[in-house]
Structure formats: C-alpha cells, structure tokens
Design a protein around this ligand. Sequence first.
Ligand code: HEM
Ligand SMILES: *[C@@H]1O[C@H](CO)[C@@H](O)[C@H](O)[C@H]1NC(C)=O
Ligand SMILES: *[C@@H]1O[C@H](CO)[C@@H](O)[C@H](O)[C@H]1NC(C)=O
Ligand SMILES: *[C@@H]1O[C@H](CO)[C@@H](O)[C@H](O)[C@H]1NC(C)=O
Length: 440
Amino acid sequence: MELHLLTLTIFCVLASAFPPDVLSALAAVEDLQLPNIDAALDLSKSRTNCGPTPCGGIFNAKEQYVPTTGKHAYASPAANQIRGPCPGLNAAANHGYLSRSGVTTLPETMTGLGDAYGMSPELSAFLAAYAIITNGSPLTGTWSIGGPPPSSGGLLGGLLGGSQGISYSHNIYEGDGSIARNDAYLNNGDAHSLNITRFASAYATGLANDRYTLDGFAQDLLSKIQESIATNPYYFAAPFSTTLVVPVAYNFVINLFSNHSAAEPNGYLDGEMFKTFFGVTGDYPNFTWLKGQERIPENWYRRPSSVPYGIPNGFLDVAINFQAYPGTFRLGGNTNGVNTYVGIDLSDLTGGVYHSSDLLDLKSSNAACFYAQFVQAVIPDAAATLLGELSAILNLVNKWIKPITGSVKCRVIGRYDQTLFNKFPGYKYKPKGQATNYRE
Ligand code: HEM
Ligand SMILES: *[C@@H]1O[C@H](CO)[C@@H](O)[C@H](O)[C@H]1NC(C)=O
Ligand SMILES: *[C@@H]1O[C@H](CO)[C@@H](O)[C@H](O)[C@H]1NC(C)=O
Ligand SMILES: *[C@@H]1O[C@H](CO)[C@@H](O)[C@H](O)[C@H]1NC(C)=O
C-alpha cells in the first residue's frame, strides 16, 4: 500500500511542553554526547523510579491512593470481555478504570489511566488516538485493548487491516523483543500471551534486593533484543512499534507500577507488585500466569498527578536507555534468517530530513517531530477511506497527535522510502485475530 504523508504544517517548541522538572534534567545532561557511554550509564543508574527527575518529594496519601473496592473492585474478565498484550490496560479494565468489556474510548482512556497510574492526559490520548486510527474504529471512536471486538466483523474502520485491536497490530503497535510476550512469528502470531520464561528473566533483574529499576530493565531489554535477533528470523524493528513502543513499555513498568510512600516518594517496585500487575503467581522461577487476571495491588499508591508520566518523560527515558545501552536502539531487522540483522539509517528513510541520532538526542525535539509525522504518514489517501472516516481521523490527528510537537517548527518529511523495508521478511508478516478471538 502506498502511504501518503499529510503535509500539515507543524509548529512546536518542545521546551514549553516539558514540565520544569524535566527541563532541569535536560539541563543537567547538557554535555552528554553519544560517545560518552560512561556518562550515559551513570545517568541511567542514577534514575529514580519516577524517571531521571525525582517526583519532587511529594507524597499525598489521599491523592495517590488507588481504590480497588466498590466500582473499582477486581473482577476477572467474563467470557465476552477482551484482554490483550498490555498489563497496564488489562489491570485497568479488571478494576473498571477502563470499560470491563475491553473496548474503550479516548476520553475514558485519558481519565482511567490518569486515575489508575498517573499517566499524563496527553500521553494517554496520543496512545489511544493512534490505536483508534490504526486498529480501532475511527467512526465510533472506540478501540480494543485485545483482539477484534465481537461487533466489528472486520467491517468498521481499522485502516491497517480491520478493527483488529492491539493484540493483532504487529509492526504497527505491537513489536518484537517485549518484556514477557513472545515475538509474534515465534508463537504463530500470538504476541499477546505471557511467556513465563521471559517474565522470569525480567524478574531476575531485581532478585538481589527485591527492587526493580529503570537501569535493570534497560539491561533486560538489551538481552531480549539480542535473543530475538538470535532466534527470530522475522525480527523486525519498525519505526514506531519495535523501535519505540517496546522500549517505552519497559520504562512504564518502573514509572507506573511503583508504589509510593512518604518514605519513598519516588516510588519503589518489589517482586510481589510486579507479579500482581502481570497476573503472575508462584515463586521465582516457578511462576504461573493467570491469563487475564492482571491486578492493581491492594493498598497501592500511584505517582502524584502533579508529576504525571508524560510524553517528554517517555522520550527522555528511552533516549537515556539508547545511549547507555546502544544495542537497545533498533531500526532494521533480520534479512535472511537469524543473526542477519541489518540496520536502516533514518536518513535514508526520510530523504535525509532526519537522522538516527535524532532519536537518541536527549535535548532536541527531533524525536517528537519525527514520530508525530511518522504516525500521520500511516494515514492513507482520502480516496481509500470510507466516507466520513477521514474527517474522524483528521480530527484525532489535529487534536491529539500534532500537538505532541508543541510549537517548534519541525523539519518536514516529504516522502518515506518504505521500499527500504522490503529486504526484511518480518516486515510483511501480518497475523490476524479470529472473529471468535474476543478474549485474545
Ligand atoms: C492507551 C494506552 C496504552 C496503549 C495503547 C498500550 C498499548 C500496548 C501495546 C500495543 C503493547 C504491546 C507492545 C509489545 O509488543 O510489547 C503494550 C505493552 C505493554 N504495556 Fe501498554 N499500552 C497503554 C498503556 C499502558 C500503561 C498505562 C501501562 C502501565 C501502567 C502499560 C504497560 C505496558 C507494559 C508493561 C507492556 C509490556 C508487556 C509485556 O511485554 O509483557 N501500558 N502496551
Ligand atoms: C518462552 O520464551 C523462551 C525464552 O525466550 C523460549 O525459549 C520459549 O520457546 C518460549 N516458550 C513458548 C511456549 O513460546
Ligand atoms: C511449582 O509450582 C506449582 C504450582 O504452584 C507446584 O505444584 C510445584 O510443586 C512447584 N514446583 C517447584 C519445583 O517448586
Ligand atoms: C505501598 O506503600 C505503603 C506505605 O509504605 C504500604 O503500606 C503498602 O503496603 C504498600 N503497598 C504495596 C502494594 O506493597
């Protein structure tokens, strides 16, 4: 499919989108250059569970307590309720912070993920908008946190292969090298079920003192990517899914699943909480996954709403990981069997407008500029879409995707050379869910 970039003029000053604490972190790392791996490692290891900048010593028990009773009581999903690859979304749905059906809307996502985890409204809205546009239903404004919804019948929306839900969004949303999910190709297209061996290796990073950190998880990301390249002939790091979403998810665990207290206002995550959020029981390494039973722990306190985890935090944590552990930055894939990884330079993909180093740069707005445009590039020609759908999509783009670049004047990409991807067999692999696959 030939994809067209909407040539919308984008203005941004990313600095104005950064909360002050993130700005001071950026100032602190001003001299950090790529070849200086020691400085990057120091910065990575110095991060608290609130990210590179502490949560400001704020702890307000009343504001941060997350209710798990009444309308937020835990319930396992019923047979017709959908769950998918994301423990954050599954747990939120199991506690009624998102519709228990597993089919949700953008406004509900913003409120629900803010209340449950302290994710910023801009970040939740961006993630939900992209889900609706690519794998949901732009006309009804809904998206599925798992497989195809019962009513979609593949007819409504879903620009990139029907309203498949995020479970079947391989290379679009879901990618290879996840914390605890198999690579799609290695598991007959199922990249949403948890693999207990993968969970155990992530768990091992915090065994020594029963504490999980951003730096420990960055190391786990590196080993999972190395394993994918060595075992998955279809390993493919597409520009958004595997390059960005997968690394971001590692940082979500630490930034969004940590418990906060007066003694530890930056939060801490122990093994018990990690298991609860992932629906896992047992003792290392003899774990069992309770499918669809991801939970928010009792008596748990999220990060403060005044220091939410937002888009700038997300980019910053990922860029620090890329610099501290350069093997975690991937744009490319295996070309001819395992261990045949070849990278693509972003410069070739964007006609020289962006460079791979732009995605690793802690200070610039280039990463946001690239991704905001890339996401718009997956929107096909007006002619190819259903009547009414294009305006729904443009509305989502204008309201929730374009603003991620603030008002800096981004360098505009004229055309993507997607033929560069043809040499990767994993690029064309697009597993789909069954019509009856509601829970998966
Ligand atoms: C609208 C919001 C969100 C969307 C659309 C979304 C989507 C996804 C998708 C598509 C994946 C699969 C990526 C992969 O291949 O690894 C994923 C994984 C993950 N997400 Fe989310 N997510 C959202 C919010 C959250 C939140 C709020 C949290 C935490 C509180 C979270 C934590 C995770 C984690 C830990 C994984 C990795 C799971 C594993 O590998 O076992 N996500 N998410
Ligand atoms: C689970 O993951 C391990 C380690 O990545 C892998 O060797 C194994 O084949 C996977 N198991 C299944 C059932 O896919
Ligand atoms: C592993 O856990 C299962 C279920 O909890 C239990 O039946 C089994 O005895 C355990 N095995 C080991 C080696 O601890
Ligand atoms: C969270 O921290 C508080 C204060 O230390 C503690 O009482 C509570 O048990 C912790 N919650 C979990 C789930 O560990």
